[in-house]
Design a protein around this ligand. Sequence first.
Ligand code: AMP
Length: 604
Amino acid sequence: MQRVIGIDLGTSNSCVAVMQDGVPTVIANRDGYKTTPSVVALTERKRRLVGHRAKRQAITNAEHTAHAVKRLIGRTWDSEEAAVVRNTAPYTIVEGPHGDIRVTLQGDKYSIPELSAMILAEMKAVADTFLGEPVTKAVVTVPAYFNDNQRQATKDAGAIAGLDVIRIVNEPTAAALAYGFGKGADTTIAVYDLGGGTFDVSLLDIGAGGVFNVIATAGDAFLGGVDFDARIVDWLVEGFAAEHALDLRKDRLALQRISDAAERAKMELSSASEAEVNLPFIASTPQGDPLHLRRRLTREEFDRLTRDLVDRTVSLMQKVLDVAELSREDIDEVLMVGGMTRVGGVERAVKQFFGREPGKGVHPDEVVALGASILGASLVDKVHDLGELLLLDVTPQTLGVMTHGGKFEGVIAQNTTVPAVSKKMFTTSRDDQTSVKFIVMQGESEIADDNEPLGHFELNGLRRGPAKSVAVEVTFAIDADGIVSVSAKDVERGVEQSISVTASSGLTEDEMAGMIEAGRRYALERSANEGLESKKQEVDSLLFQMDRIFIANMSTLDPATMEAARSSGARALDAADRQDVAALTEHCTTLAAAVEKLKLSPKR
Ligand code: AMP
């Protein structure tokens, strides 16, 4: 039987699962963790780090560490999202050749699908090791509210990672699948999914016969944990500025340390009533004296700082109920998905809204990948393992075209069950018009400019005639992945043009081919060098520890001990570059001893 893995490609963390003897199972990575940070970094020597290793060194290599790139997937350079990241992320983004976004790491530019592919490739490698053979097929999850551009770009990322993405599935739908799998009950559930970067809420009917019917979905692709973290960062930075008249935002290293500490504080507040942020040597006075950042954050203060964000999720819950014409009482169960649902204020808001305790039956970080693995298995092996599984999802946003006067005309309404096809007749607007141009978009605004453009195409060779005399029939289709295609037909002449709407921010075929090849080469090299690779990663982790000790205790460390550690680090890196396993192993041992010695040095 073909294996299909389910991958939850999250903004902050990713998770991979597979069906094992009919049981959906999360696969732990080589460090034993069931989720892997969605972080990619390039070291000074251009070595690629993904996951925990990338996250651990983020503080000392902030400019070359890309995190939360999911926020940028399928977005254009001139989008609001790009502007936000440009102003707040410690890494640099630049405009790509197609008005798209590229991230600069150690002087090289990477497209967002490429960076996402590095994370997917890591998840694939985790699964390959676990299964003892390479897997090629995957179901990848996306936020329900993702538009076509974002879905296409995610599919491209899968291809670059060497995966055949047999289905893109919405995260809340996958969560519902994992929850309802094998339960055999008729229920109506709400899935509240607040992750690192996105928020979705979906309502589903689960039928006893294995039918999962999504009734409606709503969301915000720019609302998640990082926004909560940003509020804490603002609070810390502003507090510091008030005290010392210094703007910490100008210092990328300091900002990365503050962001890290903010996330940690947020997590601490899920179980404690107060969290301390303590960042020694965060800056220095013009006279060169060190300054430290130390502040206590209470739960009340955190709730106050983030109340409007929680309120936005509450409005969306109301909106989805309204659309579905359901009341709160019609919901039998509320599923909480995503790491952010551990936040007390979030849990309270959901409880208050539905007037009941949200369900705790699923693991918020793992349930999406589990659902994707169930769907994956059902797609390749309909009969044996799973019995019937029928998934009916909906399109989250209205699909339509721009018409005269910059208006938007919807063709397939939001919350229509997919796959969906709709035909529409258009007529020429001018005398002797021989071609028509269509601008395809998704969104809910009547003003075309407020919606997300997906692409454009032209139908040429129309018969000349007076305005409105020539008819063109346009067929819009959305497949089960939520991906859009459009074709247009000159009704009189029967001339048809089938156009796949390529996103204006998408990659060209040549670029894709190059990236797929580079991904394949990297995977081959990596598996050939497994021993070398794990030693290199050990060195990275030791260097990271060394840097932290240096940062925290700079003025009290013995210079000779510091120098010894530094030079064995340099020798280890040199051996790594020369691919010399024996030398690398030797220097790695020396480095480990040097770091141990540093740990024992006097602390302030
Ligand atoms: P996800 O995208 O579902 O992996 O969710 C990741 C988000 O959940 C990140 O913003 C994390 O900071 C946040 N998160 C994870 N664990 C906790 C926790 N215990 N308390 C608060 N937030 C958390």
